[in-house]
Ligand binder design. Sequence first.
Ligand code: URA
Length: 199
Amino acid sequence: MDTISNISGLDGLIKDCTKCALHLGRTQAVPGVGNTDAELMLVGEGPGEEEDRQGLPFVGRCGQLLTTTLVEVGLNREDVFITNVVKCRPPKNRDPLPEEVAECQPFLKKQVELIKPKVIVALGRIAAAHLLGRSVKITKEHGSLDVLPFNEDVLASIIYHPSYVLRNRNTQIERDFHNDLLEARNIAYGAVAPYQVST
Ligand code: URA
């Protein structure tokens, strides 16, 4: 890992990884996608069925909601880097086990080291807990910031997982998801002046 100096080299290691049992059930590993110079990085829990099939993160229903909300806050998927805490699909979409996260964490750390984002958005309680190394009460802590324990130059923003938002459309949860993502975007890139209508 120390000899790896770019994301494509790292992707190769991730695709060949057999360090935990998740490799046995995968179609392919899902390293991550997007701008390798991004100021904002989004981290989910682990690939689902569609992600495992396509080799890309957040491309199923959750991904569509995430992509739409990114656009609503002024970002395209291509502007940010999107990945997961574990790079291979857990069977039946169960939560990743601590030992699976531990084996995969060097990949995420290396992604952060190479991309050097200003802000990492942790999508949901599970991703936030693994990123921060502590338990997270998502209903209380969404919208708040912490420092990434393994890289103190990076802020971690805790927001809801899009799958939770999908189960709660048109509610305060969806509004919070939008506002929390907007705030993370503003911290990473600076707030944009309100759109001026010329008269
Ligand atoms: N959920 C996740 O946490 N990650 C994905 O890539 C897709 C769905």
